[in-house]
Design a protein around this ligand. Structure first.
Ligand SMILES: [Zn+2]
Length: 181
């Protein structure tokens, strides 16, 4: 537990409780907790993001393997949350949004800031949030443009984070909590 760390403070909240910025705790088990973010960069009527973090003050993902139990419970939490996100997307027929007809779940995580916990984001991979990222081979194959200085660039659709309505937050958090039981 580190003094002045927001995520250490959030890890003390119970399931269904809100953080000061409006995220809701939807998972808490075996050293890990997850929150539903109050905002989304996608469609606020459909999209959402879950953030998975260690309850302990671990900054770097490389620290997890120090404890076999923590590593194991990370894998379980990651899989269960991905499954819960998938189930909500199935209920809302999100597979109809791509030609392959599949439910696409995205994950993004990095160990970057020494003052915050390692965290990973799990979310419906669709629309403006579902654009190829630098590590995807599709990104490499994106069409290149050249600006007036002769520098190459790739076009991406802009993302604006918007608040999810309270009723939708309630619906999503109730569903996620029940799927993750
Ligand atoms: Zn902390």
């Amino acid at each position: 537990m580190e003094k002045g760390c927001n995520l250490c403070d959030e890890s003390k909240l119970d399931l269904g409780e809100k953080t000061p910025y409006g995220a809701k705790v939807i998972y808490k088990k075996d050293g890990w907790f997850a929150t539903l973010s109050p905002k989304t960069g996608g469609n606020p009527e459909k999209d959402f993001t879950v953030q998975l973090m260690p309850m302990g003050h671990l900054n770097h993902i490389s620290e997890i393997s120090k404890s076999l139990n923590l590593a194991k419970s990370y894998g379980i939490a990651f899989s269960k949350i991905s499954k819960a996100v998938t189930k909500i997307m199935e209920l809302e027929n999100r597979s109809s949004e791509n030609d392959e007809g599949i439910i696409r779940v995205g994950t993004y995580g990095k160990s970057k800031h020494p003052e915050e916990h390692f965290h990973i984001k799990i979310f419906p991979w669709t629309g403006n949030i579902g654009q190829p990222y630098t590590v995807d081979s599709t990104f490499e194959h994106s069409r290149r443009y050249t600006d007036k200085d002769g520098e190459a660039f790739i076009k991406m659709k802009p993302v604006e984070k918007m608040m999810i309505k309270p009723e939708r937050m309630q619906y999503l958090s109730d569903k996620l909590i029940s799927f993750l039981k």
